[in-house]
Design a binder for this molecule. Sequence first.
Ligand SMILES: Cc1ncc(COP(=O)(O)O)c(C=O)c1O
Length: 419
Amino acid sequence: MQFFETDFIKYRNDELYIEDVPLKQLTEQHGTPFYVYSKNHFIKQYRDFENAFKGTKHKIFYAMKANFNLSVVDTFVKLGSGVDVNSEGELFRALKTNVHPHSIILTGVGKTKDEIRLGIEKDLLLIKAESIEEVELINKIAGEINKIARVAIRVNPDVDPKTHPYISTGLANSKFGVDTRTALSLYSRRNEFKNIQFTGLDMHIGSQITSLDPFIEAVKKLCEMYCQLKKDGLKLDHFDVGGGIGVKYRNETPFNIEEYAEKLIPCFTKIDCEIIFEPGRYLTANGGILVTEVIYNMSNGDKRFIIVDSAMNDLLRPTIYHAYHHIQPVKRISSRNKIIADVVGPICETGDYFAKDREIFETKTGELLAVMSSGAYGMVMSSNYNARRRAPEIMVNGDKVSVARTRETFEHMLWDEQI
Ligand SMILES: Cc1ncc(COP(=O)(O)O)c(C=O)c1O
């Protein structure tokens, strides 16, 4: 059985550390379950991305849907990142970090009138439009408040990203974006939309994509569109390729960021505007761990279960995508036997699990397990199911520990309810 380690998450004398802090120490201070993040992992991922595209006019907009904790978003903003927001709530959070509105772009297949109005009022860099009706609505709302909205049309390039169907977004049968013909027709009607300035072209074909081919195919399609629009007299300021870069959860062999840049940069030769990237998972996934304590070990016949104090309400990815997260002991004990077991939570659902039929070292009650690669689409999808409190989020920077979010209290959960 392999142990999952990164530059910033490693065993030292068989104790799992995040940067210079043992997870055991964090458990003593904060209890379990909790999320913990490596700040330097986030910084390294961001800088690697930046370096890979040095020399290309570009800007990263961190897709905060991956992890919207204020400290996490603020980390990227301080490095110079913009923010891609997907709702009014994310916009509200992003603005708390003091990111400039011109460094925010508003995404979303079902933006409400209020969200669109807010985006225009705040003068965001770009609002993406994903349908004809949405373009018309943006134009109407901008007219009502006497503003010009900067808009990018999200194009669905009909490319198979070969990832989980729930996170494939660039196929013709998905709800996201308009086909190329509709997009070209909308751009050509630009004089009809008096309160819109079309300044961008956008795509996002899916998430956890581990092959470069779908990106290249989609980017090439959009490049053709960009050139066509330019020929028709529309000069755009932004060419947005979205996010979607895959990371290692198990034994995937995703391309590295240098290969991504090496393959994409030649596609951009005819693109004389800023290239926008919206990475989420790439920046945060492998910088996070969910730490949980073993409550019981039990068997049903031959089947073994490790019941832990964290659950699907904390980390939903295994339940909804059958996603693999590596699970390893916080303290390695070499004499332990390997067993096959399900690692499950206390919630009253059979779907409440982190691993099924997993080869894992035997555990004892009270021991700690680390659910790895939990820095993206982890805490952001958490809920209060079974009236469970949401876990705290801890940020580690070297040997410094800060609480990025405290454990929810039962009073927190009741503040807006009454009998
Ligand atoms: C429009 C858009 N941009 C960016 C992202 C971030 O994707 P990822 O976390 O795979 O980089 C998403 C995620 O679903 C998205 O919908």
